[in-house]
Write a protein that binds this ligand. Structure first.
Ligand code: ADP
Length: 248
């Protein structure tokens, strides 16, 4: 692999007695679309929040473009764009105002009009955030993650709540971001999305990696699996953590 742009070694994060991330290590090469998959509560969001410097890890080492986000969260923000499940914008702000404001935080922002066009938001540029549909709000949150032209874009449940057509358009936007130089960390629990988009991925279960590889490698590694969904079902059935939960 080329020198990794993101390196995570033995990451651990607890919330009081709750172990959200037990022990996670992986590397992401520049230009990859790298998936972090797993069921709800498996530690995906906590892991990427540590990578983005938004949460303090309890243990482990992280490097993003050679910078430790735990000790230099301010330096990381210039290079990492993060999309949250909730954009958290003020109801009265318009789409254009929000994007222009976020663009002003960065030295070399993306072209706002271009982003509006690509994300099919041109007609809503002067609309207030609160008046947008769920799908439009989702696309604004993606635009906000990409407006800084980040070297690493972290997209969390990218297509949650989108209809199939909007989902496919959004996948194109992610491929385009990669083609124009971004590395993408894609958090998802949609197996089909990961299968179509990701170059490589890890599957988390109860804060640990239970599988890693390209979608095809993972499918080939499990007997009669024909899709990532099959792989996921087979692996989580075997996972000791999963069986503990089932018998609990
Ligand atoms: P995922 O993104 O895979 O759904 P999360 O990282 O959000 O997983 O959560 C992992 C575990 O940590 C879950 O059990 C969740 O309830 C718990 N958790 C997440 N955030 C907090 C928090 N701020 N305080 C306490 N527990 C949390």
């Amino acid at each position: 692999m080329a020198d990794p742009i993101v390196e995570v070694q033995n990451l651990r994060k607890t919330y009081g007695p709750k172990v959200a991330v037990a022990d996670v290590s992986f590397s992401v090469a520049p230009g990859e679309i790298f998936g972090i998959l797993g069921p709800n509560g498996s530690g995906k969001t906590t892991a990427v929040e540590c990578i983005a410097g938004l949460r303090d890890a309890d243990d482990g080492h992280i490097l993003v473009i050679g910078i430790d986000p735990q000790t230099h969260p301010d330096l990381i923000r210039e290079h990492v764009g993060i999309q949250f499940q909730e954009a958290g914008l003020h109801d009265k702000v318009t789409v254009l105002e929000a994007l222009s404001l976020f663009a002003s935080f960065y030295e070399t922002p993306a072209d706002v009009d271009d982003l509006l066009t690509v994300l099919d938001l041109k007609d809503t540029r002067d609309a207030r955030f609160k008046s947008l549909s769920g799908g439009q709000k989702q696309r604004v949150s993606i635009a906000l993650a990409l407006v800084g032209n980040p070297k690493v874009a972290i997209l969390d449940e990218l297509t949650q709540g989108l209809d199939p057509q909007a989902r496919r358009t959004t996948w194109e936007v992610v491929r385009r971001a990669r083609d124009t130089g971004a590395t993408v960390l894609l958090v998802t629990h949609f197996m089909e999305e990961a299968e179509r988009l990701c170059d490589r991925l890890v599957i988390l279960d109860h804060g640990r990696i239970i599988a890693e590889g390209s979608p095809q490698e993972l499918i080939d590694s499990v007997g009669d699996a024909r899709s990532l969904e099959d792989v996921f079902v087979a692996l989580t059935a075997k996972s000791p953590a999963a069986s503990t939960t089932r018998s609990a």
